[in-house]
Design a protein. Structure first.
Length: 303
């Protein structure tokens, strides 16, 4: 069974990380997390197997987005990049950007549910559906926005951030909660389906993805422009690049929190409105106008 082989590989790498950590290359874990390590392996394997099993598969672009999100998550959590992220605030924010924004955004674009369901064992699919039922209320746009902002921004409270960086368990909770909140939010916003079967309209989803950027901009701007050293952990542990001062490091981290996030929210707005346009075009193609009827009003798309 292929899954058993991946579990054995996870145990092997975990043992190597425990006993010979200094011998491991950059692309193997600095801080071994069996949940992330095995999760990435299984998701990649199930996705590839699902592609082979499905008669109609997603296009190359959507497949590429899936692999980009999965490999990006792997890179920031299960390689030696994590060491860099623990010694520079701006690299820590780059890690958070990947976990909360880029990787979940890629998951939303790829919309991999059907492929993963085809590739995963039946008991995994059934268990996932049972676990999802109590979480379904969180897919309401307001709830998804609240979870997204809370899971990302609570860790930017200076005292909370300091506690997370010195506690390995809390550090893992920080990263996984950021990833989970991002996946929930972007799967709601970037749902490509019309209403129904989607519970909310395209315009509601577009507004959800757009308006959430304003708290992010405010927080990122405050971090970048304040004159106070908010995150003393990096000064105490020793910055990896001594030539970058604490003020410069914090400014770079605030900009990463501020500008790329806002750009991705605008991109989500454009993608959702384009999905609405395509849905209207598909609907128009199925409607036959009565003989002799005239159309006097153009759609919002200008057609």
């Amino acid at each position: 069974m292929a899954e058993a082989g991946l579990i054995l590989l996870t145990l092997l790498v975990g043992g190597m990380c425990a006993y010979i950590p200094a011998e491991l290359p950059f692309l193997l874990p600095f801080v071994f997390n069996p949940i992330v390590f095995l999760g990435c392996l299984l998701l990649g394997f199930w996705y590839q197997r699902g592609l082979r099993r499905l008669a109609e598969t997603p296009g190359r672009v959507r497949q590429g987005f899936f692999w980009l999100g999965l490999l990006g998550t792997w890179f920031v959590l299960q390689t030696h990049f994590e060491y860099l992220a623990q010694h520079m605030f701006f690299l820590n924010r780059a890690q958070a950007l990947m976990l909360g924004m880029i990787a979940p955004f890629c998951a939303g674009i790829s919309w991999p549910g059907a492929v993963l369901a085809a590739g995963a064992p039946g008991w995994v699919v059934a268990a996932a559906r049972r676990l999802w039922r109590p979480l379904r209320p969180l897919t309401h746009p307001l709830a998804a926005m609240a979870v997204f902002l809370l899971s990302a921004d609570i860790w930017l409270i200076p005292d909370v951030h300091f506690a997370a960086m010195i506690d390995p368990f809390l550090y893992g909770v920080m990263n996984l909660s950021c990833l989970a909140g991002g996946v929930l939010f972007w799967m709601v916003v970037l749902d490509p389906r019309p209403q129904p079967p989607c519970r909310f309209s395209y315009l509601t989803r577009a507004g959800t993805g757009f308006f959430v950027m304003f708290p992010q901009i405010a927080i990122g701007a405050y971090i970048a422009l304040t004159g106070r050293d908010l995150f003393s952990f990096y000064e105490l542990c020793g910055r990896l690049f001594p030539t970058i001062s604490s003020a410069h490091d914090q400014m770079l981290g605030g900009i990463i929190e501020w500008i790329p996030s806002g750009m991705m929210n605008v991109a989500a707005l454009i993608i959702t409105l384009n999905a609405l346009r395509l849905a209207e075009m598909q609907l128009d193609a199925t409607i036959e106008a009565p003989k002799g009827a005239k159309i006097y009003e153009a759609k919002w798309t200008g057609r």
